[in-house]
Design a protein around this ligand. Structure first.
Ligand SMILES: [Zn+2]
Length: 405
């Protein structure tokens, strides 16, 4: 095993979550009789380029075979996308002669706002069922994996992007250098790559261990991103911290020759040095925090069950799978997990096999407590589940520390 970014061999162990089922492999009832594959989940840090990463790579054709995540199911995500597009169209004066591309464009949740603004778009989304949904919205979408080769083919067709969006995808890419090289090839001379990834600083501080799963290969500091992009003659010109997904880092990268870095880049790099991005201590503290959260969640739920209370959960997303599996919480502890995605309803959570139902069932049930697994959108869930609260239901938020609200 060598570093996914620089190829270095000095990988410092941070945490092991053991061997776990794939976080997004929601099983149909008829699949319960079949063996469920598990894969190791071990987090390490490269001491050369500081990239935090997991060691196991599950082949993408297994991981993404049955992809059920649709960005448009979250109103928070839609609002976030619309705000970002409005800003870029104004700042970069984009119009009918421009091209806005997005890699991992999902169901067109973001590019649809460029279409509305009259800016030509190109979505790149390998999940065919999801790419088809984007096309139904009028979002031009290629259903292939993005890499330097696809970028070169698009470039040969005369395409050069004024903006390339890459939201929450860099963390998922096995061939990191091929991917970032693809940015360099597809990006027009004055273009900008706008990429958002969950930020390592928040991940460590808020003990977001439930975002460790097999699809999520890398956990980025700005230090690690600068090292990665520079290898492909791209310079990070600006960076911003944003609250989405429990704390993310948005970077703006351009060709080295035209990039004019803002002071924010140097400031964040200095702050990472100050908290110890390249030292073992912050990662040891994180691992201790994970053990504490697991202990507190299990103790609370088992004591509520012992009092005869019924506990349900909300959010059949990957982080929910990880939290339930890491804590060993199954159908004896949780009555069901609610989720808005109709493709998940009727299935069970990977590994622990808690059934997934529609959100309307929470208020209609006799559940006393609801464990919010999708804690990053806890406020949205509480608003939508006002009827549950009105009949006396209480919410439990597990991360960064267990709280009843
Ligand atoms: Zn490295």
């Amino acid at each position: 095993m060598t570093c996914r970014s620089c190829g270095g061999e000095d990988l410092a162990p941070i945490l092991s979550l053991g061997s776990m089922a794939l976080a997004n492999s929601y099983l149909r009832p008829e699949q319960l009789a079949d063996p469920e594959p598990t894969y190791p989940l071990d987090l390490v840090r490269c001491r050369a380029c500081q990239l935090v990463q997991i060691t196991c790579t599950v082949p993408p054709e297994i991981l993404f075979r049955d992809y059920l995540y649709l960005s448009s199911f979250s109103t928070t995500m839609l609002k976030h996308a619309e705000t970002l597009v409005t800003r870029l169209v104004a700042e970069r004066k984009l119009g009918p002669g421009s091209l806005a591309a997005e890699v991992a464009s999902n169901d067109g949740y973001l590019l649809q706002y460029y279409v509305k603004a009259g800016v030509p778009v190109l979505g790149i989304e390998p999940a065919r069922n999801v790419a088809a949904l984007a096309r139904e919205k009028g979002v031009r979408t290629v259903d292939e994996f993005f890499d330097a080769e696809l970028a070169a083919r698009l470039c040969d067709e005369g395409l050069a992007a004024d903006v390339i969006h890459a939201n929450n995808v860099l963390a998922h890419v096995a061939d990191l250098n091929g991917f970032v090289e693809g940015f360099r090839v597809l990006l027009g001379p004055e273009g900008v790559v706008v990429s958002e990834s969950p930020y390592l600083g928040e991940f460590l501080r808020h003990v977001e261990f439930d975002t460790i799963y097999h699809e999520h290969l890398c956990y980025y500091s700005l230090t690690a991103l600068v090292n990665l992009f520079r290898r492909h003659d791209l310079e990070i010109e600006h960076c911003e911290r944003i609250p989405i997904h429990g704390g993310s880092l948005r970077i703006f990268a351009r060709h080295k020759a035209v990039a004019r870095p803002t002071p924010d880049v140097a400031d964040l790099l200095a702050s990472e040095q100050a908290w110890g991005v390249d030292r073992d201590e912050p990662y040891r503290a994180f691992a201790a925090g994970v053990e504490q959260v697991k202990h507190d969640v299990v103790t609370l739920i088992r004591s509520l069950r012992a009092e005869g209370k019924t506990v349900a959960a909300y959010g059949a997303a990957a982080k929910g799978t990880v939290l339930l599996n890491a804590c060993g919480l199954g159908p004896a502890d949780l009555a069901f997990v609610c989720d808005k995605n109709p493709l998940k309803q009727g299935r069970v959570m990977p590994g622990v096999h808690v059934p997934i139902v529609a959100p309307e069932q929470l208020a209609a049930s006799t559940a006393d407590y609801c464990l919010i697994l999708a804690w990053n959108v806890a406020e949205e869930i509480k608003r939508e589940q006002a009827a549950f609260a009105a009949r006396g239901g209480k919410f439990i938020v597990p991360i960064p520390s267990v709280q009843i609200a």
